[in-house]
Design a protein around this ligand. Structure first.
Ligand SMILES: NC(=O)c1ccc[n+]([C@@H]2O[C@H](COP(=O)([O-])OP(=O)(O)OC[C@H]3O[C@@H](n4cnc5c(N)ncnc54)[C@H](OP(=O)(O)O)[C@@H]3O)[C@@H](O)[C@H]2O)c1
Length: 331
């Protein structure tokens, strides 16, 4: 029988709550500790989720020192992923780190190096990679149903312009902006389906605080194009389109957390539905359990090299649009 896996959550914000709800749906997952920089917040958080975790901690350090916790889910803003993931791994904890794993390739490489040195599991929480409908869609593509893929169109956008100026999404010190927050998803889709492009074009508009608020990208492959977009400036229904030589696939909105897709060949639509369990974080959690139960340190489905290549693409896009974060100047 597979053993129960004891989780801790670090940074108790918006996504941590959704993740905790999904964790409660995964057999074998036990949430034993939640850690905030404020103990009252940790207690309130613990009281608002189904698991009633035993340890409600007022510092991240206490989480690292906790002897029961095996794997820590890092749910802080982007600028702090590397720091806390490395601290956790140095204490022998396995880590599932929210996307993006680090804010640039150098950070991700350091994190991987730390996982190797401490022989612990590390994975970026790129949850769409484990979405059951997207996996089924990929198998349809791989079977050649729509011929050769020539075009991908994918976006992630919503209007966040009314968010206050102290929101993490506008804060350059927290590595805010649309690229790392939501642009990562359409970039992931293109990378997952077509690999590394031979050339990238990108244009962006900037928020007065200095991060990208709207970004358009073209990935040019030997035999295909992808047009990708992320924005905090406008609404989108977030259907993704994959155009092949003999048909196309429409991934139902919101495509990154989809429950289905339509394949159109010979003008005939065929709908496939495949629901997520809970919100859908359950599937990346199941992957963590699967790999930990095999006593391995990385997932072959979303490997360290995948995270390195993905962040490398984002580094290149940042170079094209002239986006850097203040704390990178020390590098
Ligand atoms: N996978 C997804 O679907 C998804 C969706 C949304 C966001 N995300 C990712 O999840 C991460 C967190 O996003 P979020 O929307 O949950 O953010 P959030 O609501 O602002 O929560 C982040 C938490 O991080 C902690 N934190 C540590 N250092 C901080 C600092 N200097 N400033 C602010 N907070 C700090 C805080 O927790 P304490 O006060 O408890 O210490 C805070 O509540 C990001 O990497 C984001 O890209 C993923």
């Amino acid at each position: 029988m597979e053993k129960r896996i004891k989780w801790g959550i670090l940074g108790l914000g918006n996504i941590a709550r959704k993740f905790a709800m999904d964790l409660s749906l995964v057999p074998g997952a036990e949430l034993v500790a939640v850690a905030s920089r404020n103990v009252e917040k940790a207690k309130d958080f613990a009281g608002s989720i189904p698991q009633n975790p035993q340890y409600q901690l007022g510092s991240y350090e206490e989480l690292f020192e906790n002897r029961e916790v095996e794997v820590i889910y890092i749910a802080t803003p982007h600028h702090a992923h590397k720091k806390w993931a490395i601290e956790a791994m140095k204490h022998g904890k396995h880590v599932l780190c929210e996307k993006p794993m680090g804010i640039n390739k150098k950070e991700v490489a350091e994190m991987i190096d730390c996982a190797q040195k401490n022989n612990v599991f590390l994975m970026e929480g790129l949850w769409s990679r484990f979405n059951p409908a997207l996996l089924k869609m990929k198998s349809v593509l791989d079977s050649g149903t729509i011929g050769e893929v020539k075009y991908i169109q994918a976006d992630f956008a919503f209007n966040a312009m009314d968010r206050p100026l102290d929101s993490r999404v506008w804060n350059p010190d927290l590595a805010g902006g649309s690229l790392l927050d939501i642009g990562i998803y359409p970039i992931f889709l293109s990378y997952w389906l077509l690999g590394m492009p031979k050339d990238i074009k990108a244009v962006a508009d900037f928020h007065p605080l200095g991060v990208d608020q709207q970004l358009s990208m073209i990935f040019h492959y030997e035999e295909a194009h992808a047009t990708l977009h992320s924005a905090f400036t406008c609404e989108s229904d977030m259907q993704a389109v994959i155009g092949g030589t003999t048909g196309c696939i429409l991934i139902h909105p919101r495509w990154h957390e989809t429950n289905g897709f339509t394949v159109i060949t010979n003008d005939t639509p065929l709908v496939t539905e495949e629901a997520t369990l809970g919100k859908g974080y359950t599937h990346e959690i199941e992957e963590v359990h699967h790999i930990l139960n095999k006593r391995e340190v990385q997932s072959p489905s979303w490997s360290w090299d995948n995270s390195l290549e993905l962040v490398g693409l984002m580094d290149e896009i940042r170079g094209l649009i002239g986006l850097s974060y203040p704390f990178e100047k020390d590098d």
